[in-house]
Design a binder for this molecule. Structure first.
Ligand code: FES
Ligand code: FE2
Length: 344
């Protein structure tokens, strides 16, 4: 079965999750809100400190942040409770007598950084370093080249999250599902590397014209780690970071929803540091087209994923994979190992 709410909740609680880049939370009151099987997950800048919590007001449970991100005070629109400078501020506190207001607090989660990537955890089974293993240095380098967020694309996929993640892990569908978009890169010589439950795919750009065009843009960027390939990092269980040539990155979350047949999908386009003011104008149209193509690619993925039967037995030991689906095999084995360790 691909549907297992118990496993989804366990993964959500026991793992670290890549949820944001530092550039999204630079200013006081910047926030990012995601949805997942545990409800909401919000991170915000509170006078320079990053706070992660379940986005619920501790008074009577109203959502604090309502958009997918932005800049707003952490104020509850129901009865005016707010959070500022590390503490709750409650209007007319005497009116709550004899309740113990000192016991009221946000339901906070742990936060940790890998370079400029922000991770959040509810009850982590291990340290972030241990969970990322050899994926840590890959992510750290990427995170330091990223300069800003340019696009947010978030909606619900009508499929279980494992279907969406498996789809993102294999290249075999690209020519069938993305002939006019991702397929145009003509990816070739794909290599998989594994570290713990995470995986990294790198592939060459087989389309010589596109590769030449991308190479010619190098002077526009000021990045420490120049790549000349397509890269896809799976941060187990719910996140991906993908890039072509390191000029921009798509930070993707495929969060399990409370409805096990839905996935809270979100992709943010993060772009790398530019060499000059002139480069900013020269790359404007390029980034706009990357954002547009990414949106089309994810819509194509969603369209095919929603036609995968949610009841299909992903954990059936009699399974069939091509050589290039090895990351799917690795992912299924990783989920099975988590279930086994948890006693499910
Ligand atoms: S529910 Fe937030 S102030 Fe009442
Ligand atoms: Fe795809």
């Amino acid at each position: 079965m691909s549907i297992s709410p118990e496993t989804d909740r366990h993964l959500a609680r026991s793992c670290w999750h890549l949820v944001a880049h530092r550039s999204e939370l630079l200013a006081d009151r910047d926030y990012v809100r995601l949805s997942w099987v545990l409800g909401d997950l919000a991170v915000f800048n509170d006078k320079g400190s990053i706070v992660a919590f379940d986005n619920l007001c501790p008074h009577r449970g109203a959502r604090i942040f309502r958009e997918v991100g932005g800049n707003a005070p952490a104020v509850c629109a129901y009865h005016g409770w707010s959070y500022r400078g590390g503490r709750l501020r409650i209007p007319k506190p005497q009116s709550y007598h004899p309740c113990d207001l000192a016991a009221a607090r946000l339901n906070e989660m742990s936060v940790a950084w890998c370079g400029n990537f922000l991770f959040v955890a509810v009850a982590p089974a291990e340290e972030l370093e241990a969970q990322l293993g050899g994926t840590w240095p890959v992510l750290e380098v990427i995170s330091r080249d990223i300069d800003r967020r340019r696009d947010v694309n978030a909606y619900a996929y009508e499929c279980p999250w494992r279907v969406a993640v498996e789809n993102a892990l294999e290249p075999d569908h690209v020519q069938m599902v993305h002939p006019e978009t991702l397929g145009q890169l003509q990816l070739t010589e794909a290599r998989n590397a594994y570290s713990g439950r995470n995986s990294v795919l790198s592939a060459e750009i087989g389309n010589a014209r596109t590769a030449r065009m991308l190479r010619s843009m190098r002077r526009l960027f000021d990045i420490g780690h120049q790549r000349e390939d397509y890269l896809a990092v799976h941060v187990f269980p719910f996140a991906f970071v993908t890039s072509t040539f390191g000029y921009s990155y798509a930070l993707q979350n495929f969060m399990p929803a409370r409805d096990p047949c839905r996935t809270h999908f979100s992709s943010r386009l993060l772009t790398s540091r530019l060499a000059s003011q002139a480069a900013s104008q020269a790359t404007e149209a390029f980034f706009a087209s990357v954002a547009e193509i990414n949106r089309r690619v994810f819509a194509e993925d969603h369209e095919v994923c929603r036609h995968v039967n949610a009841e299909f037995a992903l954990d059936d030991p009699a399974r069939i994979f091509s050589a290039t689906e090895d990351k799917v095999r690795h992912f299924r084995d990783s989920v099975l190992a988590v279930k086994r360790d948890a006693g499910f």
